[in-house]
Design a protein around this ligand. Structure first.
Ligand SMILES: [Cu+2]
Length: 262
């Protein structure tokens, strides 16, 4: 009986968690840089719940970079303490970096964070996250993996996207396509969008047997795609081992329909 009760509780908790997904947000000030625009990209990293606007959770950046044509440039992060929740005294870190574009092309920015222990789910969460910036008209390279342990390779060009476009990607874990995995999708809620019911907070699609997934972006703004994977186990400070959810995330920006065709 106790076991059944335990299972039910665990299932309930994990469902609650899906309704409010954790996302590492990696957001540049633009996804495209054209002639006459500043070569300096500002980028921020935050571990948050994008649709609900928080809470923000603690993390460290273990590894990061801006990758172009197999070459990796370092990112220098500045840590900033922000309220964990709006108006709360509890603080959480976020990080900001600036990066100067050296040569035209597509830059894949990535962050590999420290694992975060989530008490509500009794597991660690680690989300390796990417975002793309296209510069000065050279569009090649966005469809190439950069060799991350958990990685989404886009099949939809991940910049210059309209709202209503379908985003397609292929999920890899340890270099192999990740079949039948949950993909959580969230809008970075900068507009104060209110959802009519909990399931709207996080949209969920699945990868197929070859690791492919797709989602049609319903309105403009930044959208995050998080493929949930199994990252083995890790020891927590209580001395016990807990599962690690190892996710791969991509952020893309969708632009509003032009006024002329609305
Ligand atoms: Cu959280």
């Amino acid at each position: 009986m106790r076991k059944i009760l335990g299972l039910t509780t665990a299932a309930f908790i994990s469902m609650t968690a899906v309704a409010s997904a954790h996302f590492l947000l990696l957001k540049p000030n633009t996804d495209m840089v054209g002639d006459g625009q500043s070569r300096t990209i500002k980028i921020e990293a935050k571990f948050t719940h994008p649709m609900e606007g928080g809470p923000n959770m603690p993390f460290k950046i273990i590894d990061s970079g801006a990758v172009i044509n197999g070459r990796k440039y370092k990112l220098h992060w500045k840590k900033i303490m922000i309220p964990a929740m709006k108006g709360s005294n509890k603080k959480a870190p976020m990080y900001e970096a600036t990066f100067k574009i050296r040569r035209p092309g597509v830059y894949q920015f990535y962050v590999n964070p420290s694992p975060y222990y989530e008490p509500a789910e009794e597991k660690f969460i680690k989300q390796i996250t990417k975002v793309y910036v296209e510069s000065f008209g050279l569009e090649d390279g966005w469809d190439k993996p950069i060799g991350l342990k958990a990685e989404i390779v886009p099949l939809t060009r991940p910049f210059g996207i309209w709202e209503g476009n379908t985003f397609r990607g292929r999920a890899y874990l340890n270099g192999k396509p990740l079949a039948n995995a949950d993909v959580e999708v969230e809008y970075l809620n900068t507009k104060g969008v209110k959802v009519p019911a909990d399931p709207f907070v996080t949209q969920v699609v699945k990868t197929d047997k070859n690791g492919y997934f797709e989602y049609t972006i319903p309105w403009s703004g930044w959208w995050g795609f998080s493929v949930l994977g199994d990252g083995g186990k890790l020891k927590y400070k209580d001395g016990k081992y807990y599962p690690v959810e190892l996710d791969s995330i991509i952020w893309v920006k969708a632009y509003p329909k032009p006024r002329e065709v609305r």
